[in-house]
Design a protein. Structure first.
Ligand code: ATP
Length: 295
């Protein structure tokens, strides 16, 4: 089952496309990192997926063909927005009360248990909690709905490294314990490298790269050789940099097992390195690179 499926999805604000011709199939059971430069369309895509915005163009379904924004979809998807909209003047207990009234099937016992483990007292005012505690509260409210899909839009942007680490640990635990699929937008590539097993990279409102992280890493190499050495036509160069007489490439290779010519040295790449190479590359080509193996 695909948790998000889009076809030529587009969203225009006035004369400007925030998302354009975005075609994407995200399978269930992954922690998906949605990355891209500022203004790439990440929030727009997530807002459409959770029903907060409607598309101008194209189609989108969630959780195996359910129309995005329909009551069934809303029931099964939990969303934590960038600004974590919590009522700062309410106590944590009142916040849980509001969440229970607004959400059918809200698991109060689960929420109490989680907040107890985190040491977040029910009588605390939400506005007096630390940024990390507020993020954990927002995450608890989302998880207590026992969603099939958890959508997180830059949830750790304002958190310190420890709070960020703890937040991500909670997300990973929810994935393993409850089987929830997660899609998470973030600029924290190093953090995503640790936890994400599926990557979607957007540039200029369109999908540039997507697929399981393991497949993407297998299909890309960092190649170092002398400037002027012939570049194998089966290498699709994503990034090329010269330092004196040395050329450093990051390339997608048709056949990861093929031998590399003697003048070149090859090594594996990491997620951060791979994403940076695509993010530096501009403009986006017309046809996105997709990993077919897992489809
Ligand atoms: P960031 O990483 O900075 O959060 P993003 O990838 O999430 O960026 P979006 O917020 O989706 O990008 O914005 C994509 C484009 O659409 C931007 O040019 C933005 O200015 C524009 N945009 C987004 N929302 C609106 C809106 N409500 N009205 C007008 N333009 C908008």
């Amino acid at each position: 089952m695909n948790v998000i499926e889009t076809s030529a999805l587009g969203r225009r604000y006035g004369g400007q496309w925030a998302l354009r011709n975005c075609t994407l199939n995200v399978p269930e059971g992954h922690l998906v990192a949605l990355v891209g430069p500022n203004g790439a369309g990440k929030t727009t895509l997530l807002n459409i997926a959770v029903g907060l915005t409607s598309p101008t163009d194209g189609q989108i379904t969630v959780l195996g063909g359910i129309p995005a924004g329909s009551p069934t979809a809303l029931d099964r998807i939990a969303f934590v927005a960038q600004d974590m909209p919590l009522y700062r003047n309410l106590s944590v207990s009142d916040m849980l009360h509001v969440a229970r009234n607004l959400n059918h099937g809200f698991d109060v016992a689960y929420a109490h248990g989680r907040l107890g483990n985190l040491g977040i007292g029910l009588r605390h005012k939400v506005g007096k909690l630390s940024g990390g505690q507020r993020a954990q509260l927002a995450l608890t409210l989302a998880l207590a709905r026992h969603p099939q899909l958890l959508v997180l839009d830059e949830p750790t942007a304002s958190l310190d490294p420890v709070a960020r680490h703890d937040f991500m640990a909670t997300v990973v635990t929810a994935m393993t314990d409850d089987g929830v699929s997660v899609i998470l937008s973030s600029h924290g590539l190093a953090e995503l490298e640790r936890v994400a097993d599926y990557l979607v990279l957007l540039t200029d409102g369109a999908v540039r790269v997507d697929g399981p992280v393991d497949d993407l890493l297998r299909q890309h190499l960092r190649l170092t050789g002398p400037v002027g050495a012939p570049v194998d036509p089966r290498w699709h160069v994503v990034e090329s940099r010269d330092a004196r007489a040395v050329r450093v490439l990051l390339a997608r290779v048709d056949d990861p097992a093929m031998p590399v010519p003697d003048e070149w040295e090859a090594r594996a790449v990491g997620v951060e390195e791979l994403a940076l190479a695509y993010l530096r590359e501009s403009p986006a080509p017309t046809r996105p690179f997709m990993v077919e193996a897992a489809r």
